[in-house]
Every structure is written in C-alpha cells, then in structure tokens.
Design a protein around this ligand. Structure first.
Ligand SMILES: Cc1cc2nc3c(=O)[nH]c(=O)nc-3n(C[C@H](O)[C@H](O)[C@H](O)COP(=O)(O)OP(=O)(O)OC[C@H]3O[C@@H](n4cnc5c(N)ncnc54)[C@H](O)[C@@H]3O)c2cc1C
Length: 393
C-alpha cells in the first residue's frame, strides 16, 4: 500500500491538511472518531479562532517561526470557510469566536472537505514508528490489533501534544521526529490550573474575582478562580504558560481598583471598622475573610497609619504566590514546547534535513494563548504544509 501522503493524526491539523493537500492521502488515528478535541473544545462549541490572532499570542523558542503560516492563512480565511458552510458563530469575549450550535459542525466541515478531496481515513489505527528506505517512508501501524506497514512518499506528523492522555494524547510525534534526527524542546503542560500542596484556598474554593496575573513576562487581565487545589480561571490558565516550577505568580485583585484610595476613604467614612471588614465591601465575602486571617487585617481603621494602609494596598495589588505545581497533562489544554522549529521550514513545515517529513499543529514548538489561538495555529500550519505538498506534485 503506497500513498502520496500519510497523515498521522486526525485532529484539527491533520484533517485540515488532508482536506487541502491533494493526491492519494491516508489519514490514520487511533481514536474511535476524528477530531475528538475539537468536539469537546470550548465547552462543546469550539472556540475555533480569535479575531485578534497575531504572532505575539504564541510562545515558541523562535517567536518568528509562526509568522509566515499565520500571515498566509489567517483567522479571516478560516472564518470565510466556516461561513461558506453556513455555520453560525458569535464572539464570546476578547475576540474569541465560537460556533452558535456545536463543535461538531467544525468536525463535519473538515470531514466533508476530506471526503471531497478523496482522503481516506482509518480510525482505531495507531502508529508506532516510521522509517525511511528506497525513497519512501514506512509507517508501522496497528490496526484492529494487527500490525501492518503503510508506505508513502511523504509523512505529516499531526498527532498533537501530550495533553489529556485519557483522550488519546501520546508523545509519538516527538519520538518519530527524534528518530529522524530532529530536536524536541522541553515540553510541559500549559493552559493549566496551578496547585498548592497546602491547599490554602480550599475553604474559599469556587470564589471568582477579576484579576491581573503576572508570571514570567506574561500578564493577563481576566477572571481568577480559587479552587480546592489552588488557582484556576482564564487569567491563571494564560499565565501558566509563562510559569515554571519554583517561580511565583503575582496576583492583582480587582486591578481597576485604587486600593489605597479605597482604604483611606473607608478610614474616613467608617473609622471604627476593621480593615478586613472594610475590604468585604469590595471583595467577595469569603475572600475578604480569608485575607483577614491570612494577612492579619483586624486593626481598626482609625488606628491604622498610612504606612500600614499602603502595605495592605500593595498586597492587594501585587499578591505574590508560589504554586507547588500544576494539574499536569491530565487537564492541560495544550503542551508547551515540542518539535524544535529550527529543524523545520516556516513556509512549508517540512523538516529541513528530511525532505518529505512534515510536522504541523500542537506537536510543533508553537503554543497559543487561551482563546482560539491554538486551533488557528492548527489551521495555519496545516495549510502551509498542504499548499507546499499540493504545489510539489
Ligand atoms: C479540553 C480542551 C479544550 C480545548 N479548547 C480549545 C478551544 O476552544 N480553542 C482552541 O484554539 N484550542 C483549544 N484546545 C487546544 C486544541 O484542542 C489543540 O491545540 C488542537 O486540538 C491541536 O490540534 P492537533 O491537530 O495538533 O492535535 P490534536 O487535535 O490533539 O489531534 C491529534 C490526533 O492524533 C491522534 N494520535 C495521538 N497519538 C496517536 C498515535 N500514536 N497513533 C494514532 N493517532 C494518534 C489523537 O487521537 C488525535 O486525534 C483545547 C484543548 C483541550 C484539551
């Protein structure tokens, strides 16, 4: 069995590539259905792109790598495709575009395009390794419990990252890339809740608040959620991509508030109150109580100096917390790091030293922010690869 192109992985990137690369194409996936992550994404409505997607929203050891693919297949190109299928969508917040109906509409779109292109899809078929001889790639597969080998002129690695192993994520793309001499950068879970072994926020779990979270050189203004095991919510998930174990995160509570002005006003309006009680007017009650105990805010406002008020205001604006870990790949939306972009062409996604071997989507060291950016990378990198393949025949 020899194909022009063998695509490993029928996720967002693999299906998009299969739909556009032309020729005799086989896509394999060990899952029971194609596009399982699309199906569960965005709470079942798939946040399929972001209106404001640009290279600055992506992390990579080489921040320039994603530019070409993103410029040549933009969010508006994908929106046009979605529109051409009559799929209705809406902006939820911050440019995040979701299906009105169901994420399954996006899967159906991709499956339809694949069918029209004549691409074959083998589900419940796992890839174990790929080798190369006589000008062809040979993939060792397991299908229906039986081993078999499929040969192709080209192989596209589209098996994603390590996040959510329960959904079938494996690190196989990294292993195959390494077996062909490509480098793989250090990988770690990203867009993931952060944890504290002492579980300090267990009593206030479920409390949410607007926040600004800073970690490394990332800073995000969005909701923060206190959880049983630590911190979550969009601002924390975003910051987690910039956080490394041992580092602290800086949390500003209600960053719009001028806390010093608020506390001074409280001292003049209600001098008999304690600081903690005054804060409960501006923060969720449970959180104010927690801070009251954690920071010792029992002093009466009337007896509180400006210096002490400034200390409390500083804590509220820049609360330094050191997570002990993260929820890990079990819940991480994406994998940070991956196949080193140094070894790939940014125009075609082809391995510079292994003609015919391509890598697209999440397995590449390009990781988007939360909010539709990761799917946009899947679409854009897949299109760069598909166009190069279509043009080379
Ligand atoms: C819960 C959740 C929600 C998300 N929501 C969003 C969102 O709303 N917007 C957004 O932009 N991003 C979202 N993401 C991230 C997004 O899903 C991924 O970035 C994207 O799916 C990556 O596409 P991909 O094609 O590279 O990999 P995947 O979609 O992961 O596809 C890889 C495929 O390879 C298959 N595979 C793996 N190993 C093997 C093997 N050994 N043999 C055969 N097949 C194999 C897998 O079964 C899978 O189908 C979410 C992720 C999660 C986990």
């Amino acid at each position: 069995m020899t194909y022009d192109t063998l695509i490993l992985g029928a996720g967002a990137a693999g299906m998009m590539c299969a739909a556009h690369c032309g020729g005799r194409v086989l896509v394999i996936d060990h899952a029971k259905a194609a596009g399982e992550k699309i199906r569960i994404s965005g709470g079942g409505r798939c946040n399929f792109t972001n209106m404001y997607a640009e290279p600055a929203n992506f992390l990579s050891q080489n921040p320039h790598f994603c530019k070409s693919a993103l410029a040549r297949y933009t969010q508006w190109d994908f929106v046009s495709l979605v529109d051409s299928y009559g799929i209705k969508w809406h902006e939820k917040t911050l440019g995040q575009l979701f299906c009105d109906n169901s994420a399954k509409d996006i899967i159906a779109l991709l499956r339809d395009l694949m069918d029209k292109a004549g691409a074959q899809l083998w589900l419940e078929t796992a890839v174990e390794s790929v080798s190369q001889s006589d000008g062809l790639f040979h993939a060792r597969l397991v299908r229906g419990g039986k081993p078999l080998t499929v040969s192709a002129r080209r192989v596209v690695l589209a098996t994603g990252g390590k996040s959510i192993p329960k959904m079938g994520a494996t690190g196989i793309a990294y292993q195959i890339a390494e077996s062909f001499g490509l480098q793989v950068t250090e990988t770690r879970p990203a867009l993931v809740p952060l944890t504290f072994s002492a579980q300090p926020f267990a009593p206030i779990s479920g409390t949410a608040i607007p926040g600004r979270v800073r970690a490394g050189n990332g800073s995000f203004d969005e909701a923060v959620l206190f959880t049983h095991r630590g911190l979550s919510g969009p601002a924390i998930l975003q910051a987690s991509s910039y956080w490394t174990e041992g580092d602290s995160v800086h949390l500003s509570l209600c960053p719009e508030n001028d806390w010093m002005a608020i506390l001074r006003q409280a001292r003049s309006d209600t001098p008999r109150r304690q600081i903690g009680t005054a804060l409960a007017e501006h923060l969720p009650k449970k959180l104010a109580q927690h801070l009251d105990e954690a920071w010792g805010l029992q002093d009466q406002l009337a007896n509180t100096t400006d210096k002490r008020l400034a200390e409390v205001a500083e804590l509220l604006a820049d609360w330094e917390l050191t997570p002990t870990g993260s929820e890990g790949y079990r819940t991480a939306e994406v994998t940070l790091g991956g196949i080193d972009t140094d070894g790939l062409s940014s125009k075609t996604m082809e391995a510079k030293d292994v003609p015919g071997l391509y890598a697209i989507g999440e397995c590449v060291d390009v990781t988007g922010w939360l909010g539709g950016y990761n799917f946009q990378w899947a679409w854009s990198s897949a299109m760069a690869c598909a166009r190069a393949i279509a043009e080379s025949d």
